[in-house]
Design a protein around this ligand. Sequence first.
Ligand code: HEM
Length: 191
Amino acid sequence: MERIKGYTYGQAMSSPVSLNDLELLKTTVLFTDDDVQHLKLAGEVLQDQTDEILDLWYGFVGSNAHLVHYFGNGSAPNAEYLTAVRARFNQWILDLCKKPYDQTWLNYQHEIGLRHHSIKKNKTDNVDSVPIIHYRYLVAFIFPITATIKGFLAKKNHDAQTIEKMYSAWFKAVTLTVVLWTHPYIKENEF
Ligand code: HEM
């Protein structure tokens, strides 16, 4: 596989969230082994569609000035930044579906949270852009990132129930990861 610039999966520092806390979060979003299986299937269904998915998501961001704002510095968005992030976003779709949610995965979720927060935003790609993605949009993004995936899950002739299960597993997985990503935004002892 071609190396993805700035993708440091396996090299991230230890997450402040424990595996035990992750288990409790999984229980809270009703994430079960059945979801693990359906996410794996979703990964197979989505893996050759990631370019179209990213075209759709980037189209959404690009057509909203208040969102594309985070890829620039008050003027035009930085095209190199958009492209570099897109490659890691592509890998994230596959990782979300296929990787085991172990300590390595947990650590990289923390890293992604830091990259949205002022602690690490812009550092990976060494760009001059606004310093933080505001918390409210991380949470709000759960809906578009979820709703738009259904059509792609339905493209490989699975029955309606299987599509629904893949969709629901995806929704739980996105919710879980975004919760983990918000850690740097939350005051100490309040996460
Ligand atoms: C980075 C996904 C919310 C803008 C990333 C990456 C992924 C991702 C996978 C690359 C991570 C890596 O470096 O490996 C998501 C998802 C979101 C979300 C799933 C919510 C459900 C947002 C929002 C914005 C945004 C609301 C604002 C428009 C960015 C930017 C970066 C980034 C600018 C690059 C940060 C850096 O400088 O490293 N996002 N994102 N993201 N995302 Fe998000």
